[in-house]
Write a protein that binds this ligand. Structure first.
Ligand code: CP
Length: 311
């Protein structure tokens, strides 16, 4: 592959290859010396048009650990503010010969569009409600390490499915790896027709969580609700917030996940989120660096292979 734009374009073999390489980087990241030279000589530009803590920090750390020259565009201070378009901004940076462009954008499809205009490899760091492929890959690696496998698991994805690129990418990845997926959400936050994608749909946590291996919680993404239905946080927590009582319906060894940023007391009980016997939320963050190292390493190998191809 030339770019990493979504899980949609990846095969089961692609996913396994990324996770296997990420496993080796996860080991490296626990060493005193965390450096490798897979991206030495390459230039990585991070363009985040939407707020981020985990994704931006981990892409920057990943690039630096692999020896790339990493530049973070401060989008708030860029000429976007003077009316320059996304494509003109990308073309301008493209003229400086970057090798890897990491892009987050509030509009679904913006990253795909940008990828058609530049010569370098583009990685989607989250576009609107469309895809967040490295999030799904880091979730998959976390599940595989915790459960010892990534197939024939029962996974519940709970909360604001309708506005979630994390849910979309995870539904595709977990489906490709042959897991059972249960979606739990209030009807107003469940996309219409989602049942056609081979998932089971519930509007009740107790039923939806029954005997699952993995519980994945999602934040209410108010920034994408366009002034429409925004549930009362109190009521939402009562019905859909994950606490020990609701988790008791899952398997006794079920793990609890959350992509972050989390709102304690809205979609998840803070004590449960911190319970290292059940919660793998910090493991997800750790695996985020390893997965992003693997994704950029594999794309860089393709870049180098293309440069070496006779014309
Ligand atoms: N999970 C995630 O994408 O977090 P950030 O928005 O902080 O990057």
């Amino acid at each position: 592959h030339r770019h990493l734009l979504g899980i949609e374009n990846l095969s089961q073999a692609d996913i396994t290859a990324i996770l296997d390489l990420a496993d080796t980087f996860a080991d490296l990241n626990r060493q005193a010396d965390k450096h490798a030279d897979a991206l030495a000589g390459l230039t990585q530009i991070n363009m985040f048009f939407e707020n981020s803590t985990r994704t931006q920090a981990s892409f920057e750390i990943a690039g630096k650990r692999l020896g790339a020259d990493v530049m973070n565009m401060a989008m708030q201070a860029s000429s976007i503010k003077k009316g320059e378009t996304l494509i003109d901004t990308a073309m301008t940076l493209n003229a400086m010969h970057p090798d890897l462009l990491v892009v987050r954008h509030p509009q679904s499809g913006a990253v795909d569009l940008l990828a058609q205009k530049v010569n370098c490899a583009v990685l989607n760091a989250g576009d609107g409600r469309h895809e967040h492929p490295t999030q799904a890959l880091l979730d998959a690696l976390t599940i595989r390490r915790a459960k010892g496998r990534l197939h024939r698991l029962s996974v519940a994805i709970c909360g604001d499915i309708a506005h979630s690129r994390v849910a979309r990418s995870n539904i595709m990845l977990l489906g490709k790896m042959e897991n059972r997926i249960r979606l739990i959400a209030p009807p107003t936050l469940m996309p219409a027709g989602i049942g056609d994608f081979g998932v089971e749909v519930f509007d009740n946590m107790e039923e939806g969580l029954r005997d699952v291996d993995v519980v994945m919680m999602l934040r209410l993404q108010k920034e994408r609700m366009d002034g429409g239905f925004i549930p009362s946080e109190r009521e939402y927590y009562h019905r859909y917030g994950l606490d020990a009582d609701k988790l008791a319906h899952a398997k006794p060894d079920a793990i609890v996940m959350h992509p972050g940023p989390m709102n304690r007391g809205v979609e998840i009980d803070g004590t449960l989120a911190d319970d290292i016997n059940r919660s793998v939320i910090q493991d997800q963050v750790e695996m985020g660096v390893a997965v992003r190292m693997a994704a950029m390493d594999l794309l860089a190998r393709n870049l180098r292979a293309r440069v070496l191809q006779p014309v």
